[in-house]
Design a protein. Structure first.
Length: 393
């Protein structure tokens, strides 16, 4: 009997050569499972630069053997034929990758699918024709009532079929679980959180309270989602009350409209600062040298950056969007309702005072992250679920 389970990770989103950060939280889940099991990750997408109809790229990172299959982009002039040809190439590319995964693992015990649609069609196919059970881990905010992204009838029907044939759905928050149930996804659920590298994201060893508190926000900088403009307006009001803070907005989105707003508010490079895309290691270093993490999202799920901030031992000031209130207690930070700028102003004032008074324990914040979001703990939860599913077959 083999010592470890063999798990195939499928995903609708996964890091690739076109979008390096796409679904990086899925990759982290795969790495967490790889601590306890044999894992192969398979991801398929089109590439307009492909010369061949199909191209396979294999790699291994942090214990996960990854198969990226790129197919030549479909450019048929008739929309219906284009969609059919795209679906055909998408399916065949998965079969090519599945064959390699089968050779690598010899036997696949279970499929761990991520982001229900569209790649969930492949997980459903493998169950129906190969007899391999699957679970679904979901992170998509589109199911949330505050977002409620429209889907056509075919996608809605397929999504329900995929969901209801899964052994379990493992949303990363109760908030998302409730939203998915509201969409009629009737199956078993178990909440398993996002993961972070608690060996990389660690608290600073410097205990001295600085004169100026550094507050950071890290995201895509999408204003409709993250409400950057609201944070800037609050920053301007806070700057009229005190001068012992600065807020850094860091991300891979377009900073130019936010810089314009900051200049109009007369806070650019005095109280509000901006920086671009950072590597994971750079983010960890920035968090270690900061004192507070700020989120003011209009909608959210369980943001990995919040988890990373906790692991870094810094408190959170956030809106109550998504699954965030399921974790942030008074010992870990402060919460306000989305869009409530006066409340955010009060919360930031209070947080700065709390930090200067030494109220927050970086060790307590870090321990919470280790006990809930570490590779070891999250990987254990997934493998325990796999074993229960396989024992019931």
């Amino acid at each position: 009997m083999k010592n470890k389970l063999n798990i195939l990770f499928l995903s609708s989103w996964y890091p690739n050569r076109l979008i390096h950060t796409l679904g990086n939280f899925v990759q982290k889940h795969a790495e967490a499972v790889a601590v306890h099991a044999n894992v192969v990750a398979l991801f398929v997408c089109s590439d307009s630069n492909n010369k061949q109809k199909y191209e396979v790229v294999e790699s291994t990172l942090n214990g996960v053997f990854t198969i990226n299959v790129y197919y030549k982009k479909v450019t048929h002039s008739i929309p219906l034929f284009s969609q059919l040809q795209k679906a055909n190439r998408y399916f065949k590319a998965h079969l090519i990758g599945f064959k390699i995964a089968k050779q690598k693992l010899s036997e696949i015990d279970l499929v761990h699918h991520n982001i229900l649609y569209p790649a969930g069609v492949i997980a459903w196919y493998l169950k129906k024709f190969k007899g391999i059970s699957y679970i679904i881990t979901e992170n998509w905010t589109g199911y949330l009532p505050s977002k409620n992204t429209h889907r056509g009838w075919l996608e809605t029907m397929l999504s329900k079929k995929i969901a209801c044939n899964a052994s379990y759905i493992t949303p990363v928050s109760k908030d998302l679980q409730d939203a998915m149930k509201g969409h009629g996804f009737d199956t078993k659920y178990e909440i398993i959180y996002n993961v972070t590298d608690t060996n990389l994201f660690t608290p600073s060893k410097e205990n001295k309270i600085p004169e100026k508190i550094k507050i950071i926000h890290i995201s895509t900088l999408d204003d409709s989602h993250k409400n950057i403009s609201g944070m800037l307006r609050v920053c301007e009001k806070l700057s009229k009350q005190r001068n012992d803070f600065e807020i850094w907005f860091i991300g891979d989105g377009d900073t130019s409209p936010h810089i314009t707003t900051a200049k109009e508010l007369n806070i650019h490079n005095t109280f509000a600062f901006f920086d671009g895309t950072k590597t994971t290691s750079e983010v960890a270093e920035i968090m270690r040298n900061s004192h507070c993490f700020l989120l003011f999202s209009n909608y959210e799920n369980l943001p990995c950056v919040m988890v990373e901030a906790l692991a870094s031992g810094i408190p959170i000031v956030s809106s109550t969007a998504g699954g965030i209130p399921e974790h942030i207690t008074d010992n870990l930070g402060l919460l306000v309702k989305p869009l409530d700028e006066p409340a955010l102003l009060n919360a930031l004032n209070k947080a700065i005072n709390n930090i200067k008074a030494g109220k927050y324990s970086s060790a307590e914040l870090n321990n919470y992250a280790i006990n809930n979001f570490s590779y070891e703990k999250v990987g254990e939860k997934f493998v325990a679920l796999y074993e229960r599913i396989l024992a019931d077959k």
